[in-house]
Structure formats: structure tokens, C-alpha cells
Design a protein around this ligand. Structure first.
Ligand code: GAP
Length: 580
């Protein structure tokens, strides 16, 4: 009997772990379901204990805003935040390069996360693990052979869809065509093709034939165009139980097949050594937990934090950088006594919500999904998803999961080395439990951009309207903190003073000198990339309007567009107070 993937009662947030089980189990499982269409999806969700289909938690269509998203993507390219990787060669799907401003923004996020998580806490230490990961590590963790998504293919469009995310089809008539032939070329096939035409559709026979002819035309290839479906067809009520149909065209999808989500690397002189590009930052932390504990003389509870790249062979990378094949995670594995796990999970959730507020993502745009019993990983006693209202729907930014002693347990067993903790005070020996807040760095960058993006209508003195594009980043996240402008680029003294200010500020923050074009246009260029302050050196700075204003500059605020006058000598301190 051929084995087929069966639920392993485990989740990996977005993805499903599979173990192998006999086909008979699947058959028994089939019988239990009543509606066929939803059966498969339900089985993948509930039986697999998979994370619920994210589309169920999406904002309803009215809340999504594709036009806004389009503008954001375009701004990101135009102003050098994010480019598609390998764009000049046509682009590498699911991979992104951060341009100068995107790199600054991402760095600000990672630095602030590190500062808040590691530097400003006594109980969290940092680490930076290898990306290439031993196969044995990922066998123990369950990723090898288990980290895969069930995928179906549409025979017509060749689209790949995740079986657990295909929505139920509404009732209709299912047509199965028994083949086709093309008199002109003599080509013939008895390959069947099935499509479900919904009840509400008029002239079902015609619709079904049209779509079938399209399929056979593609199958025969160029120069062939079957006009009739000579072999005929059968009809029956649909959807049939256990089958999945493409929600866009009603075509019967192929049987789900497992799609490996890890990326393999071959290395060594003969290339026969195997490692994986890590699918998450967590595993190196679990593997080094004892080394960190012993080398740093820390006591429970304590955490290990890591920010770095992870790789997943996502089948449908989408929504700009939201679901990528190469991405960064900012994760903490917080080790604790079993009695403290649930309490600490709630504490970490609060801590993480506070963090999002500090970087400019307001609480009201965040949604907490308390994953119910039966839908969490079997080892998890509590899991929260922190979701954000992206223009394409409400989607996950971070998971805060209480993973019990599952991870240390599997590595202890896999490596054959004790990972038990000895509490000197209580003399208790136990395997620590883990609370894991794991955030996506690229997703948070995207959330920051989406949140900051604004188009403001301004009206001038003559009543003329104009749209000002502004990225309203909180100053600590802004890629450039200060724009520095001479009023007149031909005025050598103004330029010299600008350059002096630049030299003073540069060791502390990213600044941008600009002397091109009218001052108003320079302000707008900085508004568009989110620079919170612009400093202008003018004739007053030179003392031409009197001694009082000498060595002062105009500071213009991005959001209010108000201006104030500050002495150059106090500029650094004034800015530092506002941009850290
Ligand atoms: N160690 C647990 C873990 O990796 P996860 O939910 O799969 O859990 C954590 O990943 C976070 O990493 C997610 O909340 C998300 O922000 C980010 N992430 C996961 N897959 C991603 C992808 N394909 N593209 C971008 N970010 C991703």
C-alpha cells in the first residue's frame, strides 16, 4: 500500500507538517465528512491541526484596498525602498532586494528590536546562528519529511493552490469530457477533463464546452484547434464529495500532492553533503540552548534572541514582500519553568504589542487571534497570532506561542544529550519549557510602510489643490532622519555650513544633503520618503538679518509642515531626543 501524507497533529503557523499514514486511514477519514468540498479543506485544517485558513480571518473585501497597495508598491520602487531580486533578468519570484532607503528602514527596525529585546533586558541574550543547518537537526525537529504543503494543480491554468485553502464550491452540474480530436491535424486524446458549472449559470452546456475546448486546445498545442468534443461527456450533480474545484473557473483540481518547503544545499568536495537553508531561526537557538546557558551562567527564566534570514520554498509568494521565499525573522525563545509558561506567554504578548506601538503601528490596527484548542500545534498550550490590517487584508505579523518542552525534548532525544536544567535553589531538575514570540522582519517593514503611507490634499493661497505624498514614519524608524538644505546652492557660506552640520550629525544618524531645485520641491522629496525633519541654512544663518538669528537654522516638521528656528549648536541634542 502506497503511503500518503496524513496529519501529524502539528502546525508551523502558516504551514502544515505531515507524517505518513496508510491510505486506509484517509479512507476512514473521508467517510466521516459530510460535505465533500469542505471535507478536504476541513480535514487539512482540523485533522492536521493546521493553522486555520488565513483567508477566514481576512478583513472583508470592503476593507482591502488594492489601489492603495499599488501606490505603495510603486513608491517603494520609485524611491528605492524595495526592488524585485534579479529584476533586469526578469525577476526571481518571491525574492526581494532592499534599496538604500529600504535597507535603512529595515536596519532601524532590527536595531530597535535588538535594543528592546536584548540590550535593555537582563534576561535575554543574543545569538547569530548559521543559516546552513544540519539535516539531523531538522530531522529531529520534524521538518525533514514533514514540512510540506498539500498542493493541487488546475489542469487548465496550471495554477497551484493549497488544498487546505481551497474554498467550498457552490452546487452545480459537473461535466466530464471524455476526450477530443482535431480533424485538421489529426491529433486525438481520450484524456478526461472535468468542470463544475454553478447552478445559477445560464446555458451550462455551452459554458462547459467552451472551457473544455480551451483545455484541449492547450493540450494539443500550437497550430491545433479542436472545434468539437466528439467523444462526448457525462454529467452529474456537483460538487462531488472529496473533490476540490478551482474557485476561479470551476475546473476539477488534481489530487493534492505534498510540496517540500525546505531548500536544500549540496556542498563538500563531491557535493554529496546535504544541509538545508534554515526554514526558521528557532532551531539553532534550541540546539545552542545548553551552550548559551553554560557559557553565560544565566538562570531560568531567560531567553535567546536571534534576527536573521530564513528560507521557505513558498508555492505562491504573494502580496509584495509579505510571503517571500527568503525573509528575515526576529525571534525569541524564552526558556522557563513549566509552571510559568502560560503566564509568560501573556506577558510576551503584551510586550510585543507595546513594541509595535513604539515603532508606529497603532494598537487599533492590530488584531489578536487566540488560536483555539484543536487548531494549535499539538504541543502548544497557547498560541496568539498578532495580525495587522494590511491593504490586502488582515494578516499575520507575528506568532507568540507557548511550545512547552517539545523542542528541547525532540533535540534531547535526537542528539542523545541531556538538556535538563538543574535549579540550584530548589534542587529541581526539569526540561525547560519555551515561549516563542517570532516576528517577520520583512512583514513588519511592509506594515511600517503601509501604515506610514498617506496622501494629503493641500490647497494653496489661490485655492489650487495639490496632493502631498508623505510617509509618516515615527522618527525612530525613518530611513533618513534629517534633510539638510542650503537655501541657495550657489551661496558658498550656506553650503559650507550645511556640510559642517552634516559632519556633526552623520556619526549619530542618517542625513541627506540636497541642494537641487526649489526648496519646496526638496521638502516634498523628503516627505515622500518619510524624513521627519528638514534643516535649512539661509541668509539669517549667516547673520544677514541681524546678530540674533546668526548661526540658527530653520527646522521644518514633516507632518505639520510647521517651521521653527533653532541654534546650530543645539541641533544634535534636539534631534537625538526625537529620533531614538
Ligand atoms: N519558529 C516559529 C516560526 O517560524 P512562523 O509563523 O512560521 O513561525 C514566524 O514564522 C514569522 O515569520 C511569521 O509570523 C511571519 O511574520 C514570518 N514569516 C513566515 N513565513 C514567511 C514568509 N514566507 N515570508 C515572509 N515572512 C514570513
Amino acid at each position: 500500500m502506497r503511503d500518503i501524507p496524513f496529519p501529524a497533529r502539528s502546525i508551523y503557523h502558516d504551514h502544515v507538517f505531515f507524517h505518513l499514514a496508510p491510505r486506509s486511514l484517509r479512507a476512514a477519514d473521508k467517510k466521516r465528512s459530510s460535505t465533500l468540498q469542505s471535507r478536504l479543506a476541513a480535514r487539512y485544517r482540523a485533522c492536521f491541526h493546521a493553522r486555520p485558513d488565513p483567508s477566514q480571518h481576512m478583513a472583508n473585501k470592503d476593507v482591502t484596498d488594492p489601489a492603495r497597495m499599488e501606490k505603495i508598491v510603486s513608491l517603494c520602487k520609485r524611491r528605492g525602498f524595495i526592488f524585485q531580486a534579479g529584476e533586469i533578468y526578469g525577476g526571481l519570484n518571491g525574492c526581494w532586494d532592499y534599496g538604500p532607503l529600504g535597507a535603512e528602514l529595515k536596519r532601524n527596525l532590527k536595531d530597535y528590536w535588538w535594543r528592546k529585546t536584548v540590550q535593555e533586558r537582563d534576561d535575554v541574550l543574543g545569538m547569530d546562528g548559521a543559516i546552513l543547518t544540519m539535516e539531523q537537526v531538522l530531522i529531529s525537529s520534524g521538518h525533514v519529511g514533514g514540512f510540506a504543503d498539500p498542493m493541487c494543480e488546475c489542469p487548465l491554468t496550471k495554477q497551484r493552490l493549497r488544498a487546505d485553502q481551497v474554498p467550498a464550491s457552490s452546487p452545480g452540474v459537473e461535466y466530464t469530457f471524455l476526450g477530443a480530436s482535431d480533424q485538421t491535424t489529426g491529433k486525438t486524446t481520450d484524456k478526461t477533463f472535468t468542470v463544475l458549472i454553478p447552478d445559477e449559470k445560464q446555458d451550462k452546456d455551452r459554458s462547459a464546452q467552451k472551457i473544455a475546448l480551451q483545455y484541449y486546445r492547450d493540450l494539443f498545442g500550437k497550430g491545433s484547434a479542436p472545434k468539437t468534443l466528439d467523444n462526448g461527456w457525462t454529467v452529474q450533480p456537483g460538487p462531488r464529495e472529496g473533490e476540490l474545484y478551482n474557485p476561479e473557473n470551476g475546473v476539477l483540481l488534481s489530487e493534492p500532492r505534498m510540496f517540500e518547503l525546505m531548500l536544500k544545499a549540496n556542498f563538500g568536495a563531491t557535493g554529496d553533503q546535504i544541509a538545508y537553508l534554515r526554514p526558521e531561526t528557532a532551531q539553532s537557538i534550541f540546539c545552542q540552548y545548553k551552550n548559551v546557558l553554560d557559557s553565560n551562567r544565566v538562570k531560568l527564566p531567560f531567553g535567546i534572541a536571534q534576527c536573521g534570514k530564513s528560507f521557505r520554498n513558498e508555492i505562491n509568494p504573494r502580496n509584495f514582500t509579505f510571503r517571500s521565499r527568503e525573509f528575515e525573522q526576529m525571534g525569541i525563545e524564552y526558556f522557563c519553568h513549566p509552571d510559568d509558561g502560560l503566564r509568560l506567554t501573556d506577558e510576551w504578548l503584551e510586550e510585543r504589542l507595546k513594541f509595535y506601538g513604539e515603532i508606529g503601528i497603532p494598537r487599533e490596527k492590530l488584531h489578536i487571534l487566540d488560536i483555539p484548542d484543536g487548531e494549535r500545534a499539538f504541543y502548544s498550550q497557547k498560541t496568539y497570532d498578532i495580525e495587522y490590517e494590511f491593504p490586502f487584508g488582515i494578516q499575520e505579523l507575528e506568532g507568540v506561542a507557548y511550545r512547552t518542552d517539545y523542542d528541547l525534548g525532540v533535540h534531547e532525544k535526537g542528539a542523545g544529550k541531556s538538556l535538563v536544567y538543574f535549579d540550584e535553589e530548589t534542587k529541581e531538575k526539569f526540561l525547560p519549557h519555551v515561549v516563542e514570540p517570532s516576528a517577520g522582519c520583512d512583514r513588519t517593514v511592509l506594515a511600517l510602510i503601509c501604515e506610514a503611507f498617506d496622501e494629503e490634499t493641500l490647497t494653496d493661497e489661490k485655492g489650487k489643490e495639490d496632493i502631498r505624498t508623505v510617509l509618516r514614519f515615527v522618527p525612530r524608524m525613518a530611513p533618513i532622519k534629517v534633510g539638510i538644505f542650503p537655501l541657495l546652492k550657489k551661496n558658498e557660506d550656506q553650503v559650507r555650513i550645511c556640510r559642517e552640520i552634516q559632519k556633526v550629525l552623520q556619526p549619530w544618524m542618517t542625513v541627506f544633503y540636497d541642494d537641487g531645485g526649489a526648496l519646496g520641491r526638496r521638502y516634498r522629496r523628503q516627505d515622500e520618503v518619510g524624513t521627519p525633519f528638514c534643516v535649512t541654512v539661509d541668509f539669517e544663518t549667516l547673520g544677514e538679518q541681524g546678530e540674533e538669528m546668526k548661526n540658527t537654522v530653520t527646522v521644518r516638521h514633516r507632518d505639520s509642515m510647521e517651521q521653527e528656528r533653532l541654534p546650530i549648536s543645539g541641533l544634535l541634542a534636539w534631534l537625538l531626543e526625537r529620533v531614538r
